[in-house]
Design a protein. Sequence first.
Length: 266
Amino acid sequence: MSRGGEMVYIPDDSDFSSFRDQCESLEGWHCRYNKAGVTVWSQGLEESCTVQKIKTRISCKDVPAETLYDVLHDTSYRKKWDSNMIETYDIGRLTVNADVGYYSWKCPSPLKNRDFVTLRSWLPLGNDYMIINYSVKHPNYPPRKDFVRAVSLQTGYLIKANGDGACVLYYLTQVDPRGSLPKWVVNRVSQFVAPKAMKKIYKAGLKYPEWKRKHNPDYKPWVYPEQNTLPSVSLAELSVQHADSLENIDETGLPEDHLSTSDHEA
């Protein structure tokens, strides 16, 4: 998503429009899963391809689009519903609708855990909302020894209002995990991990209004930029995170039967 160049940039209307088109288009996508209101598609089905594009869609009854938008922004609430997350925090703000953040998550044992530093940007469009990100390098947040630094080429959400008090959520991601992963992991993402993650977000949306009433209910810096107290970050401090500059590990030989039981909560 970094326009193939070396310069970090803040996505503009054309980037959001392109992202929306990818979410809504079926051309070139292969359906991998379709059950109980959740659909998963992929691009790049070659067995050797670990940098697949994965797209998921879920219909969320009784959750307004603006509520789900708040859920996906609210890092304090994320700790309540995202059991795969190890740590997440905002590093600094770039503009009123762009920031830089850190996220680390548990991979199924025996794989190594991964982390990201990303530039995130968001756009409310009436009743619809988009949040997109891609990986960047920040001098104060280099790769850590206890994680494999993965690369988000493009990741994001499209939330579309769907009648009164309901919405449809799309999640599209293309990530280089910086590791030659076993085939069972690649299959497992589309068949198990992605659908379960979408259901978790939906359930989080149902519970969010009650939680937010008790936790700083008026604080929404993603809606009210004047509430944002993050330090400013200059684009000049950032550079594009290229996958080939990071360690690449070979985990293809790891067997599925060693999968940790905790991953069944993924």
